[in-house]
Write a protein that binds this ligand. Structure first.
Ligand SMILES: O=C[C@H](O)COP(=O)(O)O
Length: 222
């Protein structure tokens, strides 16, 4: 079995922005080294270079726009993000949803540029639909549980289990993560027991008093 994956979405919390983005990346790197679990930082676009320049760990963008170089003021261009230091990207997060055709285009851009694509979905049906685009990973997150502290793996286990089954029946190489309300070792173990390959999480770690301790607790039951 491959090693489980933890992706920490920094979102736009002050606790994970600017200089704090670096502190959090140090916590991720150190927790990853101690536990042997792959941990990925997904800071805001403006903090990607800062983190990449100071700390060696995998970095995902939170969003990439479906554009090619040229006149697209205010957009996130994949080429620039790669030069800044990303190894992959979240796509279609519930807090930044995209049109179906644009999701497909960004997955194709990631493939062309050899970086990882992790598409967020909101239920079993969208997880299966997105699997037909063959991203590297799908992360299923019921929107009503995001930021709630109620873990999807315990509150809606069927969403995780059936997303895993549905996605793997289309392409078993696609990794299936789950997110929303995940913060403890029990939450992550429940996700892995349901067949998930890892978790996508934010507030439980970003807002923890001691993020490194929270990360080590997260992976303590694996
Ligand atoms: O990208 C992360 C998810 O939206 C989960 O957020 P949360 O861990 O704060 O519930």
């Amino acid at each position: 079995m491959n090693t489980p994956i933890v992706i920490l979405n920094y979102k736009t919390y002050l606790e994970s922005s600017g200089e704090n983005a670096l502190e959090l990346a140090r916590a991720l790197k150190s927790a990853s080294e101690e536990s042997g679990i792959t941990m990925v930082a997904a800071p805001q676009a403006a903090d990607i270079y800062r983190v990449h320049d100071q700390i060696s760990l995998p970095i995902f963008a939170q969003h990439i726009d479906p554009i090619t170089p040229g006149g697209h003021t205010g957009s996130n261009l994949i080429e620039t993000l790669i030069e800044a230091g990303i190894n992959g990207s979240l796509i279609n997060h519930s807090e930044n949803r995209m049109k179906l055709a644009d999701i497909d285009e960004v997955i194709q851009l990631c493939k062309q540029h050899n970086i990882e694509s992790c598409v967020c979905t909101n239920n079993i049906a969208t997880s299966k639909a997105i699997a037909t685009f063959n991203p590297d990973a799908v992360a299923v997150e019921p929107p009503e549980l995001i930021g709630s502290g109620i873990p999807v793996s315990q509150a809606q286990p069927e969403v995780v289990e059936d997303s895993v089954k549905g996605v793997k029946s289309i392409n078993k190489k696609i990794k299936v993560l789950c997110g929303a309300g995940i913060s403890t070792g029990e939450d992550m173990k429940a996700a892995m027991d349901l067949g998930a390959d890892g978790v996508l999480l934010a507030s439980g770690i970003v807002k923890a008093e001691n993020p490194k301790k929270a990360l080590l607790d997260l992976v303590s039951k694996l």
